[in-house]
Ligand binder design. Structure first.
Ligand code: TRP
Ligand code: SF4
Length: 335
């Protein structure tokens, strides 16, 4: 029997290289070996975008299209919409009794995110909602309702998986063995730097290479990328390790990496031609995604069908786990 994988992604914007190398690439690889569920986490996206419902709504389809273009195969992976599975919300309420407030505030992911909000909004009391602080509980419900044995995530999500494991242990201790304790599966790449050299690639930072960027956009972005600032002339020796162009060569031009590195170090490579080579490799890397995107864009009804069938299948699974959960909790009045 194949093991279950459950993972999720918030529909808040277009997929970029950070999503791909930090998570989606791994899902694409794993989908053949595992029974894979990918959740479009619209309810979770609303925890910090509750005042922007249109943004979340518009990105559900966009993200589905993005995932299919990136290589998520609907024959192997169940893609579904979180809000269409009411059992997740129900289970979130039950789990709410098993987690203390102080444990939530101690969750490193939540802590970091609260600090970021404070920096943005100043008054913590006004900006941190109950729903936001509690989102690890909802994420534990996501994972466990689908009996996710493995959760492929980036490093930033590890504290959330740990919290889910604690909830499962507590549940099973109190109500009897019912739930599966999930294991994290870390991606090979943890975090992808932005075009500007920032540690994180992110839409709000304006430093992304999107998976659906056109050839023109790719050229413009790479031509403007930060190189070694000490390299002035074409034949100056430089340090590729401080250069963003080299950084992306490492992702999409693995075969020629040694040459790029040694030529740069010896001053045998100009930045313009180095960038042109990267543009070519980046386009080669993105081309199959562009082709798949074009296909799905021309057949929006197929995307709708993938989402509705995936959601239906996910719902069946959630219902059957919920039945067992209610039996264990002695709230199974109808059966
Ligand atoms: N919190 C995850 C993120 O921001 C998205 C997510 C939602 C998720 N539900 C999940 C990840 C369940 C793993 C498992 O990227
Ligand atoms: Fe960067 Fe290439 Fe220029 Fe070296 S030659 S600094 S790797 S762009």
């Amino acid at each position: 029997m194949k093991k279950n994988i459950l993972t999720g992604i918030r529909p808040t914007g277009k997929l970029h290289l950070g999503h791909y190398f930090g998570a989606v690439e791994n899902w694409v690889k794993l989908q053949s070996e595992y029974n894979t569920f990918v959740e479009i986490a619209d309810v979770q996206a609303l925890t910090d975008n509750f005042n922007e419902p249109t943004k979340v709504r518009n990105n559900v389809k966009e993200l589905t299209l993005g995932l299919l273009s990136a290589g998520i195969d609907p024959e192997k992976t169940t893609i579904f919409i979180q809000s269409m599975i009411p059992e997740i919300a129900e289970l979130t309420v039950f789990y709410g009794n098993l987690v203390t407030m102080s444990r939530l505030y101690r969750n490193p992911t939540v802590k970091t995110e609260i600090a970021q909000k404070k920096a943005l909004f100043g008054n913590e009391g006004q900006s941190v909602t109950y729903g936001f602080v509690g989102y690890p509980i909802s994420q534990a419900a996501d994972i466990t309702i689908f009996e996710g044995q493995c959760v492929p995530v980036g490093e930033d999500q590890l504290p959330l998986i740990e919290q889910a494991r604690e909830i499962v242990r507590k549940f099973n201790t109190i109500y009897g063995p019912t739930l599966i304790e999930p294991e994290p599966l870390l991606s090979e790449h943890k975090r992808i730097k932005g075009l500007d050299g920032n540690e994180k690639m992110g839409k709000s930072l304006g430093n992304t290479i999107n998976l659906d960027d056109t050839k023109e956009e790719i050229s413009a972005k790479i031509m403007n990328a930060i190189t070694d600032p000490d390299k002035i002339r074409k034949d100056d020796p430089a340090n590729p390790h401080v250069c963003m162009v080299y950084y992306y060569h490492k992702l999409v031009n693995k075969d020629n990496l040694e040459t790029v590195c040694s030529e740069c170090t010896k001053g045998e490579r100009g930045c313009v031609s180095c960038k042109k080579e990267l543009i070519e490799k980046m386009n080669e890397f993105l081309e199959p995604m562009r082709e798949r995107r074009q296909y799905y864009e021309q057949h929006p009804e197929i995307v709708d069908q993938i989402l509705s069938e995936g959601t239906k299948c996910a719902r069946e699974r959630a219902k059957s786990t919920m039945k067992r959960i209610k039996e264990s909790m002695k709230i199974n009045y109808n059966n």
